[in-house]
Ligand binder design. Structure first.
Ligand SMILES: CC(C)(COP(=O)(O)OP(=O)(O)OC[C@H]1O[C@@H](n2cnc3c(N)ncnc32)[C@H](O)[C@@H]1OP(=O)(O)O)[C@@H](O)C(=O)NCCC(=O)NCCS
Length: 155
């Protein structure tokens, strides 16, 4: 078994909404993905699990390049396919595409109660550079800080 990352466009909005709903307590609609993918500099990626008989999408990422920065807007892997390297493949593909599109650095926000995502980003060379207090609301309405993370793409 291995993973393959491919580019996606608005034809895949329904799939993005379905995968997002499996990954987050508050899912985003197909229309929301349509609008996000239409933003200038936006790019979308799917990661698929490749097996002998079939290839199935298991995760997604949406990012946007502008002003020399790449922001990762959202990213997720279906729960039953986690821990196998799918998100790490996505991160390599996002980094590579961001560089091709002229980004010199990458930025993102992550909830400070999400250790799996924080560890993923640290393993992809992101470092914490700030905190936004009460940026998110948890499923129970509890405020959650966002950690702002950054990595340089200059080598
Ligand atoms: C965060 C998420 C995308 C990780 O996906 P994944 O496919 O399981 O991640 P990978 O298997 O590619 O792991 C890559 C690295 O991330 C880190 N990591 C991933 N899951 C982790 C966990 N549960 N605990 C600790 N570290 C973890 C590890 O450093 C790992 O590298 P290693 O396996 O060599 O130790 C996944 O848990 C998810 O979709 N969560 C819900 C959505 C979400 O939180 N998205 C990010 C919003 S900012």
């Amino acid at each position: 078994m291995s993973f393959k990352v491919s580019s996606a466009d608005s034809v895949f909005c329904a799939l993005f909404a379905r995968l997002h709903g499996l990954c987050f307590s508050k899912g985003w609609s197909e229309d929301a993905f349509m609008s996000l993918m239409a933003m200038p500099g936006a790019f979308a990626l799917l990661v698929s699990r490749v097996e002998t008989e079939n290839t199935a999408p298991v995760g997604f990422a949406l990012a946007r390049v502008g002003g020399g920065e790449c922001e990762i807007i959202t990213l997720g892997v279906q729960p039953e396919h986690r821990g196998a390297g799918a998100a790490a493949c996505l991160m390599r593909a996002i980094t590579s595409r961001a560089g091709e599109l002229g980004a010199a650095e990458m930025l993102l926000e992550v909830a400070d109660d999400n250790p799996a995502a924080i560890a993923l980003y640290q393993s992809a060379a992101f470092e914490p550079v700030g905190r936004r207090k009460d940026y998110y609301r948890g499923p129970d309405g509890r405020p959650i800080d966002a950690i702002v993370m950054r990595r340089s793409l200059s080598f």
